[in-house]
Ligand binder design. Structure first.
Ligand SMILES: [Zn+2]
Length: 429
């Protein structure tokens, strides 16, 4: 007998090999679907999932006989939520005491354990992806949290992380302790064009997906009621950060609250403006022209204002509310970001941010996009996340009511699927 060539043998057995590796298939019957693209709510839709991907989304439709069907016929299904500004390694820093205690009394391992818990809370609230924007002294522990989640060791959202963030020497806490003590700092200090380049390279080496820096520090209202700020890096340094990050294929997020800090960040060429309370009209126009994203973090601001007797925060919140309406009219790309960790993960649901955006003038559908398709675009994940479509990751949530009628429904997520795996289902009959 002549021996069959190996290739022919492989070809003969290929169907068996493929069948042996068949991926789990699940079909979801959605009573209503907000797919993140259409302006309309789609009724009675069948979403088929294979492995970690969506393979089809069809109106009506019937599931193949051998496929498990998850009945969400009385619910509204949406793409998994995305928060583009969080701090998993922090759990509330409304006061300086609260912040200092975390840095001085809690070890990085302890904080990483809490970060894993926080990631689980976020996922249970429907957040299937997040951009975590600095660890506050916990070094590169965000990279470990991301790794443990990606390896399926602990549940949590898909992560992009920034590691340590940076300011020039002396411009970020801890402050006001005796100079005789060697104390940790919340960010990495870096000075001069070469110094910041080295910091960018080091953070990238240890796993930073994003580079974050503080464009401004102290903020105040001037005589004309403009929100001004003290710019931290020289233009030369800020440009060096952005250029080096971009050269290494990383994007840059700038913390900028006052108009001076925002102006400096835009001059440097950053990709996203964090907070941005003091945005001016000219700056908004420039952001639209250059496609720079705004991440407003209303939730943290509202929490600070509520918990403080300082009029400054109340005034800042009011200014941001006015700017939010202007930015929407001008078409500034706005991505949902909360600054979770700046408030207690256990106490406030991040999805509250959607409610604030509607309160500030967005339609519920626009608000939903900020935390799904627009946020996915900011992360560079438009091809795989942010909408419910064939070919995308099977990251889905469901609520029992109609979020277009009451946006607060999004704070009561009943079903969460990430990468095709059901993490939570309170709609099971
Ligand atoms: Zn933050």
């Amino acid at each position: 007998m002549r021996r069959l060539p190996v290739l022919v043998l492989l070809w003969l057995f290929l169907p068996l090999l493929v069948a042996g590796q068949a991926q789990t298939r699940i079909a979801i019957r959605a009573g209503r679907l907000i797919d993140g693209r259409s302006d309309k709510v789609l009724e009675n839709v069948l979403i088929q999932v294979e492995g970690d991907k969506i393979i089809s989304v069809v109106a009506g439709g019937s599931a193949p006989a051998d496929v498990q069907v998850v009945d969400l016929g009385n619910a509204t299904v949406l793409p998994g939520f995305i928060d583009t500004h969080t701090h998993l390694l922090l759990h509330g820093d409304t006061t300086q005491e609260e912040y200092d205690a975390q840095l001085l009394k809690e070890s990085i391992p302890y904080r990483a354990i809490l970060a894993a818990r926080n990631a689980q809370i976020a996922l249970s609230h429907g957040f299937t992806a997040m951009r975590d924007l600095e660890t506050e002294r916990a070094m590169y522990a965000d990279v470990d949290v991301k790794k443990a989640i990606a390896n399926g060791e602990v549940p949590g959202p898909r992560l992009q992380v920034a590691t340590r963030a940076m300011t020039p020497t002396g411009m970020y806490p801890l402050f006001h302790y005796s100079w005789e003590l060697r104390l940790p700092t919340g960010v990495q200090y870096a000075d001069g064009a070469e110094g910041v380049q080295r910091a960018v390279r080091g953070q990238t080496m240890y796993g930073a997906d994003w580079i974050k820096y503080y464009s401004d520090g102290r903020v105040h209202f001037d005589a004309d009621d403009r929100l001004r700020s003290e710019v931290l890096f020289t233009d030369e340094e800020a440009k060096a950060i952005v250029e080096e990050a971009h050269r290494l294929g990383r994007k840059v997020a700038a913390h900028a609250i006052g108009s001076d800090g925002i102006a400096a960040a835009l001059r440097a060429g950053v990709d996203t403006i964090e907070h941005g309370d003091g945005l001016t009209d000219t700056q908004m126009n420039e952001m639209v022209r250059r496609g720079v994203y705004w991440v407003p973090t209303v939730t943290v601001g509202r929490n600070l204002a509520a918990g403080s007797t300082d009029e400054f925060w109340k005034k800042t919140v009011e200014l941001q509310r006015e700017n939010f309406a202007k930015a929407r009219q001008k078409g500034v790309k706005t991505a949902l970001g909360t600054d979770a960790g700046g408030f207690d993960w256990k106490r406030v649901n991040q999805a509250k941010e959607f409610e604030y955006y509607v309160e500030y003038g967005m339609t519920p559908m626009q608000a939903i996009r900020t935390g799904t398709s627009v946020a996915a675009e900011l992360l560079g994940w438009s091809e795989t996340a942010g909408t419910v479509e064939a070919g995308k990751w099977a990251d889905l949530v469901a609520v029992s009511g109609d979020p277009l009628r009451d946006i607060r429904e999004l704070q009561n997520v009943k079903f969460v699927m990430k990468a095709g795996v059901i993490f939570k289902n309170e709609l099971r009959k």
